[in-house]
Design a protein around this ligand. Structure first.
Ligand SMILES: *Cc1c(COP(=O)(O)O)cnc(C)c1O
Length: 368
């Protein structure tokens, strides 16, 4: 018997969420972001789920090449571009588009003999101050790229710092949009601004392309629940109770004895720990579902196990079904309780977790 911990990836949910992204931006093409192994969902599975996307975006050249080997014919964009001139041959061979965000990348393009042409996406730093050229440099950078014979089409992109909190006093969405459009004004080429948060909440930012990530997997970047936006969880992490302890008032549970019972309790041990990707910072009280009933995690998260309060679930036994997140328990709720974001939980799913796959939309159980 394999360990009962299984992450089920729902291809129908991926497809459905892509549909939501498209409906939010009906006049834009969609670049589905599949970085970090498609936010933990698997590159190949996500490629199938996103068959109707207009392109895929990710970070690593080797994974981009794998998408081509798997049969993806449409656009692939390397979101951080290339790291070394040695990447350029594969970029040409696999017809990859590349972001260019710094002068060093332009110098590499100028100094390398390329065996073909490539599309470039010029990244503008409109206020996030992570990657990209300042708006004031945009026109000169464009001209320099345009002069490189191997450069075919030039497009433009920028990335929002606060799309889920648009009126952030430090950098507002409107400010970033204005800086971007001023920078690229009069230059030919496609424009792309929106991540998931902008796609969902600021449809006015949708340009030639949108670039959603987390929403496609059923996570929300906003304070509103994913369900409110009509998004379906694409990953459900399930396990089982593998042990039960009956404790009395004053007994402590787990490493550091951080949880102390104030009354008699039943404790269930679940096969899932931080080495599987469950957040070690999750405190007592983090929600979890056992046999269809919502309860709480108690005590410290171990490498291979967590402990849960079975007091409200009288019939629980070894073998009882557990949902850690996904259908019936939004990943964002678990993430919030653990002081992180759904993105991190999805990406952190460890290689040792078994993966199953389904291709049918499940109904949420609202009684939980
Ligand atoms: C990750 C990423 C996205 C997607 O962001 P989400 O918040 O997951 O929608 C879009 N664009 C770039 C450049 C990214 O790195």
């Amino acid at each position: 018997m394999p360990r009962p911990l299984v992450a089920t990836i729902n291809i129908a949910a991926l497809r459905h969420n892509l549909g939501v992204a498209k409906r939010c931006a009906p006049n834009s093409k969609v670049l589905a972001v599949v970085k970090a192994n498609a936010y933990g969902h698997g590159l190949e599975r996500s490629m199938r789920g996103f068959a109707e996307a207009d392109g895929l975006g990710l970070i690593e050249v080797d994974n981009a090449a794998r998408l081509r080997q798997l049969g993806w014919q449409k656009r692939i964009v390397l979101l951080e571009g290339f790291f070394d001139t040695s990447d350029l041959a594969a970029i040409i061979e696999h017809r990859l588009d590349t972001v260019v965000h710094c002068i060093e990348q332009i110098e590499m393009l100028e100094s390398t003999q390329l065996g073909g042409r490539l599309n470039v996406h010029l990244k503008i730093n409109s206020g996030m101050n992570r990657l990209g050229f300042l708006p004031s440099a945009c026109k000169a950078v464009y001209q320099r790229l345009h002069a490189i014979p191997a450069v075919q089409d030039i497009s433009f992109l920028t990335h929002f710092a606060n799309a889920e909190d648009a009126s952030n006093p430090r950098v507002s969405l409107a400010q970033q949009v204005r800086r971007f459009h001023t920078a690229v004004e009069g230059l030919p080429g496609e424009r792309c601004l929106s991540n998931s948060a902008a796609d969902l909440i600021h449809p006015e930012c949708a340009a030639d392309w949108v670039r959603p990530g987390v929403m496609l997997y059923g996570g929300t970047p906003a304070n509103t629940t994913a369900e409110t936006f009509g998004l379906k969880p694409a990953m459900t992490l399930r396990s089982e109770i593998i042990g039960i302890q009956h404790i009395v008032a004053g007994d402590a549970v787990g490493y550091g004895s951080s949880f102390v019972a104030d009354k008699a309790m039943t404790i269930g041990v679940v096969a899932c720990g931080y080495a599987d990707g469950y957040p070690r910072h999750a405190p007592t009280g983090t929600p979890i579902v056992v046999d269809g009933i919502r309860t709480r995690m108690v005590g410290r998260v171990s490498m291979d196990m967590i402990t849960v309060d079975l007091t409200p679930i009288a019939h629980a036994r070894v073998g009882s079904k557990v949902v850690l997140w996904g259908n019936d328990l939004p990943i964002d709720e678990v993430a919030n309780a653990a002081g992180t974001v759904g993105y991190e939980l999805m990406c952190a799913i460890a290689p040792r977790v078994q993966i199953a796959e389904i291709d049918v939309l499940e109904k949420p159980n609202h009684s939980i």
